[in-house]
Design a binder for this molecule. Structure first.
Ligand SMILES: [Zn+2]
Length: 248
């Protein structure tokens, strides 16, 4: 079987002396693991288009359970990202999220466009890293079928309060009077509004909001905790990004 599709390289590994094994997020087939023969050599036309974070036009051949990349041409390489260590670390976390959360071998168009939008914004300077990150985290979880219920306090039905708790284990809210449980994340009114926005806003408006630094901190705590519990995972690339952020 042979087919051509566009895909974002979200993981790259060397294989043997000359080959690469790559994980590609495509619109038509979700995440595919594929061999790129000879692609390790910088003289190979496949080298750049099969490098991490390249968005490329790829021809796949499938034989039994194995995918092999034939022709490859770069469409976008996010060169601005590659020049910034901190942003590059965050982009690698985005890739680890995609690898964990996106469907495999089934259509994943909304996942791919979310990833590409996030990487594009990250490569520009119009949105801060700590705004792009929670948007991507929460929206990926929603696309994967884990939409939290942020309408009201799960115990008393209160819609809003100066402070509310987000309960990441269950993806629900609890007001200050009903109290938070173990692992609850305290949110001010603006951070709660923003968290609701990341879940309920239209795709086109996802990244369009403003929030103070303090609010963004709360929002990031909430989204990180949510992914940690939903996917039962500590993301190594996130720890690395945080370590880098502290030293720069
Ligand atoms: Zn309550």
């Amino acid at each position: 079987m042979k087919f051509q599709t566009n895909g974002l390289i979200i993981k790259e590994q060397s294989y043997g002396e000359n080959d690469k094994l790559v994980w590609v997020l495509t619109a038509s087939h979700g995440v595919l693991r594929a061999f790129a023969k000879g692609a390790k050599s910088i003289r190979s036309a496949k080298c750049a288009p099969t490098s991490l974070l390249s968005y490329s036009r790829l021809t796949f051949y499938k034989s039994r359970e194995t995918y092999i990349i034939g022709d490859a041409a770069s469409l976008r390489i996010f060169s601005k990202l590659r020049a910034d260590v901190k942003k590059m670390c965050l982009a690698q976390y985005f890739c680890e999220l995609a690898l964990t959360i996106c469907p495999q071998e089934q259509p994943a168009e909304p996942f791919l466009s979310l990833l590409l939008n996030s990487l594009y914004l990250l490569s520009q300077d119009t949105r801060s890293e700590n705004l792009i990150k929670p948007c991507l985290e929460m929206r990926l979880a929603c696309l994967a079928g884990y939409m939290p219920d942020l309408l009201m306090c799960k115990s008393c039905g209160a819609y809003s309060a100066p402070h509310m708790y987000f309960l990441p284990r269950t993806g629900t809210l609890s007001c200050a009077s009903c109290g938070g449980t173990d692992g609850a994340v305290l949110l001010g009114e603006a951070a709660l509004r923003a968290l609701r926005h990341t879940v309920y806003a239209d795709d086109a408006k996802l990244f369009s909001f403003r929030l103070s630094d303090e609010g963004l901190e709360q929002l990031n705590r909430a989204s990180e905790a949510y992914l940690h519990f939903r996917f039962e995972k500590d993301f190594k690339t996130l720890s690395f990004y945080k370590a880098i952020t502290l030293t720069t």
